[in-house]
Design a protein around this ligand. Structure first.
Ligand code: HPA
Length: 273
């Protein structure tokens, strides 16, 4: 079966479960899940039950899709995403984004946990992605660079939607929440970076680093699906003063910013016209 046919089958399955006319898609990153408290949930489906969906293999990543409403808007939220480091291909990692778009979403909000390279970034900060550097060694469009999949050689001059970014900035300021801006570099993982790698990332212009998001954003751009993304800074990656970190700590720090990020997404979804 072709990838295109798999996308259709997944979407048809979700439609058969009552997931109709979603407007906004939300991907919740590591340690981030409180957003779901804002969603009036109508349907909850384990990834394992969706045809062709990859299954999250890392124990702390939940794997379910929730459908519901925020105000008058229908929203699909993915609790847990797929990562290259789990052994999935870039096409598997981005499969859900194509399914969500097939279901009709018109906006995509992404979140992630990231290491802070910029010395002004502190643990718990929220940072709006201004741009990115894809260092994952491949493209999710490889082999799918055709009109059937949305287009050839998609433009990446403005990968993050200006309108969505403006709404996020406006809502953050209404909440008196400091929303910084930065360039996100994506790496393969799962190991964290060496001091030399953090130094290198800073020199090439990265403000933060993580193991996700850029494949999803590349696919969203091919599909001309407006998207925006926010990182939670979970560790400070100063190569001259690097402390060991572990994943439990990263998840705990993400948890401390979960509420403000969730509220920001909630208010943003309300304000999308
Ligand atoms: N590096 C890569 N990915 C990450 C980090 C990091 O320091 N922190 C959270 N995700």
């Amino acid at each position: 079966m072709t990838y295109l046919a798999q996308i259709s089958q997944s979407a048809d399955f979700l439609i058969s479960k009552g997931i109709l006319n979603p407007e906004v898609g939300v991907v919740l990153g590591t340690g981030l899940g409180k957003f779901l408290d804002y969603l009036v949930v109508e349907q909850e489906i384990d990834y394992a039950d969706i045809p062709h969906f990859p299954v999250s293999t890392v124990e702390f990543h939940k794997g379910k899709l929730l459908f519901g409403s925020i105000g008058s808007k229908k929203v699909i939220a993915m609790q847990g995403r797929f990562h290259l480091y789990e052994g999935y291909s870039l096409q598997q990692v981005t499969f859900p984004i194509r399914v969500l778009q097939k279901l009709g979403i018109q906006h995509l909000l992404l979140s992630n946990a990231a290491g802070g390279i910029n010395k002004d970034f502190k643990k718990g900060d929220l940072v709006l992605l201004d741009d990115h550097i894809n260092l994952q060694g491949g493209s999710p469009l490889s082999g799918l660079n055709s009109f059937e999949y949305g287009g050839i050689f998609p433009d990446m001059s403005a990968p993050y939607d200006e309108k969505l970014n403006n709404i996020l900035v406006t809502e953050a300021s209404k909440m008196e929440l400091l929303l910084k801006k930065g360039v996100y570099a994506s790496v393969y993982g799962p190991q964290l970076e060496t001091r030399a790698e953090y130094r290198y990332l800073g020199r090439i212009g990265a403000d933060m680093v993580g193991m996700s998001t850029t494949p999803e954003v590349i696919v969203a751009n091919q599909l001309k699906l407006p998207c925006a993304a926010v990182s939670v800074i979970t560790d400070e990656c100063d190569p001259d003063n690097l402390k060991p970190v572990d994943i439990a700590e990263i998840i705990a720090i993400a948890g401390t910013s979960d509420e403000k990020l969730s509220q920001l997404f909630f208010e943003t979804i309300h304000s999308i016209v």
